[in-house]
Design a protein. Structure first.
Length: 576
């Protein structure tokens, strides 16, 4: 049987992910027709929406039809990316017109579930390769969301409506900050979470946004704007996220596991934001109900439950996030259990609304189902994370990291010996995940160490480094009989050995095919400290070179000296 693709196959030379993308885009365009586009109309009620939808679907399907031989050979241009963009342009213009009509409050206005879902499908089909569309869409959504409470004040709405609009704007800004902004600043985990959240909201729109009595519509003049457009923002992020995922296919299992742990951490942060919004809205409703001068806000059980459940979710998500940042392996079961607890608490809110279906809001479904599902998927499905949890105790070197809020932590595991998993890139000293950091150079009392590795020990940076100091943080797993003691790295004396009469020449090292590290990197004083720690783990044959590197920090030298490797010991004796 021949493996050659038939020349008339519609999927010839098309990557499977592109086929899936186009199928999802066409489904979104078609599902947008029966859903509301504004307060008064559905997509199928508007002739221009139906016509532009048909043109957009044909533009997506035309390349497959040409490859299948349905279209004449002279129509080769339909397979060009420019032809697809031309076919999608009328649909985009119609959507833009409806957005402007909402801003002007013409013909009822509003941004309905159908408009949001259809625009997300069109953006997905366009497959724009750059991140400019992502940034532009996020800025537009953020600006209009911020303008919503201002419009409420201008229109003279009651103070609870104004405060609710302000809280909704803060919710949208928080979601965009934790996803779009972080992704554009090289946090690949934030991009994965953004796409997952967008897909979850799109599914909610398709299944629950078309009720005849409670259709999902947002508006600049309706105190909420932006949540329904999250699938559009996520659609712009799909191409760059897929490129990053494809580029990381050959990464070590530890790096891949660290990425998925960061995904879970980011999802917990979104839980905190969404649950905080639910809690504050409940407080506003209860205060308005208790105020005699605000009509229309009656006291009920629902806001009380939302207040209690929202506060509980904030606490549970915060504790789970902090545990993951401290030790990913030890906190795995805790984080999974926390996600399950959030699901139960979120379902309480849905049931309290007596409308598990269409009366539920976007944020409630995100809190009860989507965000916990992201955590469970990130911690249970990837094989690299399962290997991290089930790994046997092995001798591994400590990996230090320092970073900004929430992205730079070392999650360690093991007992006695440990293997640290870096959760991000190494950067200059900055506040830790809780927003607190020790001043550089703070002295710590010296204790007799019981365990091998220092905890939160400041490490002197090599001369010529970009920063004057570099600090690493390690989480150490211990037995019940072990204690952890902070040790100042600069106070640890080097091995007392006589100075050699001459510098020892390291033996030549043959390059390992496909090796990530080279002897030059192991000896280079400008190599980042975290990379040196990874080199001794991933390339044991380069350990003597790391031992001879003048920039190697004391904690790593101590670890190398405890190995009992003659070549490493000889390299250590060459240090002055």
């Amino acid at each position: 049987m021949s493996d050659v693709v038939h020349p008339r196959s519609p999927f010839a030379e098309v990557p499977p992910r592109d086929v899936v993308r186009d199928v999802v885009a066409v489904v979104a365009l078609l599902l947008a027709l029966p859903l509301p586009w504004n307060v008064l109309d559905r997509g199928s009620d508007l002739l221009w929406v139906v016509l532009t939808t048909g043109i957009a679907v044909l533009a997506v399907c035309a390349p497959y039809a040409r490859r299948a031989g349905v279209l004449p050979e002279g129509w080769r241009g339909v397979a060009e990316p420019r032809a697809r963009l031309v076919g999608l342009a009328p649909y985009a213009l119609v959507v833009l017109l409806h957005l402007v009509l909402d801003l002007l409050s013409v013909n009822g206005g509003g941004v309905g579930a159908g408009l949001a879902l259809g625009l997300a499908g069109a953006v997905l089909a366009a497959a724009l390769p750059t991140t400019r569309g992502l940034l532009a869409s996020a800025v537009v959504v953020a600006v209009v969301a911020v303008a919503t409470p201002v419009t409420s004040v201008v229109e003279g709405q009651p103070w609870p409506m104004v405060v609710g609009a302000a809280l909704a704007a803060l919710l949208v800004l928080g979601i965009l900050w934790l996803t779009v902004w972080s992704f554009l600043h090289d946090d690949d985990a934030a991009g994965i979470v953004l796409v997952a959240v967008g897909a979850a909201v799109a599914l909610e729109l398709a299944l629950l946004g078309g009720s005849s009595q409670h259709g999902w519509v947002e508006s600049l003049h309706g105190n909420r704007y932006g949540l329904l457009l999250l699938p559009v923002v996520a659609a712009f992020a799909v191409p760059p996220v897929l490129r990053q995922v494809a580029a990381s296919a050959g990464e070590p299992a530890g790096t891949n596991a660290a990425r998925w742990v960061r995904v879970a951490v980011r999802a917990f942060e979104l839980m905190i934001v969404v649950a905080g919004f639910v809690t504050l809205v409940a407080v506003v409703r209860l205060v308005a109900a208790a105020s005699a001068d605000v009509p229309g806000f009656g006291f009920g059980v629902e806001p009380v439950l939302r207040l209690i459940v929202g506060a509980l979710v904030v606490v549970v998500a915060f504790l789970a996030r902090r545990a993951l940042l401290r030790d990913a392996r030890a906190a795995h079961a805790t984080a999974v259990g926390a996600a399950c607890i959030v699901i139960v608490l979120g379902l309480v809110i849905l049931v309290a609304r007596a409308g598990i279906g269409t009366r539920s809001h976007v944020e409630e479904l995100l809190l009860a189902l989507a965000l916990p599902a992201i955590v469970l998927g990130a911690l249970l499905l990837p094989s690299s994370v399962r290997e991290l949890v089930d790994a046997e105790e092995t001798d591994a070197a400590p990996v230090g990291s320092a970073d900004g809020p929430g992205d730079e932590v070392a999650a360690a595991h093991g007992s006695g010996s440990f293997s640290a998993v870096p959760l991000g890139r190494v950067a200059a000293p900055a506040p830790d995940a809780a927003g607190v950091h020790e001043p550089a150079g703070q002295e710590t009392a010296v204790h007799e160490p019981v365990v091998q590795a220092p905890v939160q020990a400041p490490v002197q940076a090599p001369a010529g480094d970009a920063g004057s100091r570099w600090r690493g943080t390690w989480a150490v797993g211990t037995d019940a009989t072990q204690q952890m003691a902070p040790v100042e790295a600069s106070a640890q004396p080097q091995a007392s050995v006589p100075e050699p009469a001459h510098t020892q020449v390291l033996p030549p090292v043959a390059d390992v095919p496909g090796a990530r590290w080279t002897p030059e990197q192991a000896l280079d004083p400008s190599t980042p400290l975290a990379d040196l720690a990874q080199i001794v783990q991933e390339a044991p044959h380069l350990r003597p070179h790391v031992a001879a590197n003048p920039a190697t920090y004391p904690a790593l030298l101590d670890w190398l000296g405890a190995l009992g490797d003659p070549a490493v010991d000889a390299a250590l004796r060459t240090r002055r």
